[in-house]
Design a protein around this ligand. Structure first.
Ligand code: C5P
Length: 238
């Protein structure tokens, strides 16, 4: 995969998580914040509820769509899913690094062959998994070392980048180089509610750690003034 162009402005770096159960809510929020964010993220909840037609509609309304389905299957199946996602006009797509080098390479090849080619992002160790959980799966830790090893495997397979925590971003940047995209969730303004996130960081901290894109959800959607919240995050994310 060719090196992805880094986003130019703070606004371009923001990815709004459309964590809603219906197309109606997702479309309302995406329209409301269209001028304030670079992309919108469709995750499992929304995709299972509203499906490919919503993704097509979002892309058709001019949104960059990040399809966060965390694909994990045999190489042939994942390559087919990458082709299908490309056909929906998706700009970014996630897959599990744990699917292995063969799966990652098949996905990267399918993405390269698509026009326009979606940017593939690897998901390394889920933040819900701790050291004992990894050990119970027979996966060697410690977690930070596993994150780095899988990030390097994603880079070697030709993926555009990874999704990781702000805490790991600096090490991933150092190991994987300046052109490897780093996307970090768990972003909150200083002093804001953490909701269910165990570890949070500000947009400024995420950028200082080397993040290219920041996933923002409730920090924008749960407050009184979502537009102002998004603008403040964009200013910090310059
Ligand atoms: O609302 P909030 O900003 O916490 O939303 C975070 C978004 O990022 C959600 O869509 C969530 O699934 C995603 N995410 C996360 N932590 C990870 C990976 C993804 O919160 N480690």
């Amino acid at each position: 995969m060719t090196a992805a162009a880094a986003p130019a402005t703070g606004k371009d770096r923001l990815i709004l998580a459309l964590d809603f159960p219906s197309a109606t809510e997702a479309l309302a929020w995406s329209r409301r914040l269209k001028a304030e964010v670079g992309l919108v993220k469709v995750g499992l909840e929304l995709f299972v509820a509203a499906g490919p037609s919503l993704v097509r509609q979002l892309a058709g309304e001019g949104h960059g769509v990040f399809l966060d389905l965390k694909l994990h299957d045999i190489p042939n199946t994942v390559a087919g899913a990458v082709r299908s996602a490309a056909g929906l006009g998706v700009r970014m797509l996630t897959l599990h690094a744990a699917g292995g080098a063969g799966m990652l390479a098949a996905a990267a090849q399918a993405a390269r062959a698509a026009d326009p080619a979606p940017l593939l992002l690897g998901v390394t160790v889920l933040t819900s998994l701790d050291e004992p959980a990894l050990a119970s799966l027979g996966i060697a830790g410690p977690v930070p070392r596993r994150v780095l090893a899988w990030a390097e495997q994603c880079r070697d397979a030709g993926l555009a980048g990874v999704v990781c925590g702000v805490a790991e971003a600096q090490a991933v940047r150092a190991a994987c180089g300046p052109d490897f995209l780093i996307v970090t969730p768990g972003i909150r303004p200083a002093g804001a509610p953490r909701h269910d996130q165990a570890r949070v960081a500000t947009a400024r901290e995420a950028r200082a750690a080397g993040a290219d894109y920041l996933v923002v959800g409730r920090a924008v959607t749960s407050g009184d003034d979502p537009v102002a919240a998004a603008r403040a995050l964009a200013a910090e994310a310059q």
